[in-house]
Design a protein around this ligand. Sequence first.
Ligand SMILES: C[S@@+](CC[C@H](N)C(=O)[O-])C[C@H]1O[C@@H](n2cnc3c(N)ncnc32)[C@H](O)[C@@H]1O
Length: 188
Amino acid sequence: MIRITELARERVERVLGNGDLAVDATAGKGRDTLFLARAVGPAGRVIAFDIQRQALAETASLLKQNNLAHRVSLVCGGHETMAAHVDAPVAAVMFNLGYLPGGDHGIVTRPETTRRALASSLELLRPGGLITLVLYSGHPQGDQEKKAIVNYCRELDGALYSVVQVRLLNRRGAPPELLVVKKSKNQP
Ligand SMILES: C[S@@+](CC[C@H](N)C(=O)[O-])C[C@H]1O[C@@H](n2cnc3c(N)ncnc32)[C@H](O)[C@@H]1O
């Protein structure tokens, strides 16, 4: 079974190396944060955002269990404030949108703040860097968010960014989709 979240990690793993800076824009249960903390190596750093203390506590606990807490800074705040917390060129930014699994399904990412966070990520990304977004259209605001983000990406300058959309064609319901945004290595 192909999992969209694993596809996102596979793509990100290809651009990350020891000493890189990576951002988890939606820490949630910490699985992507843990993946990034491993992928940036002993000299690397990860900054992870979430608006829920419960999510950050779960992420902190997962990192501690894996002895990787020292590589990660946790920010209790919206990813739309990313530019205030991230100061160096970033190799990869991961977004896994929607709500915290097992948490309050009323607390979800929102089209406008996600779009602002994506715009900041594009600015902070180093040439050759990558952004992944896992989009869920199966919850009330999810479809609106997915359309807003897909439309935003469609308008990105093709000379500066390549955008790929991955869809599971034969899964019932509203399966998640993946967007991969790559910044050109040769920026003007
Ligand atoms: C699907 S979960 C992320 C799952 C996570 N990547 C993992 O691997 O476990 C989405 C998370 O986004 C968080 N969130 C919602 N709005 C946010 C915002 N403006 N900034 C940062 N996180 C936000 C929610 O609190 C929730 O924990």
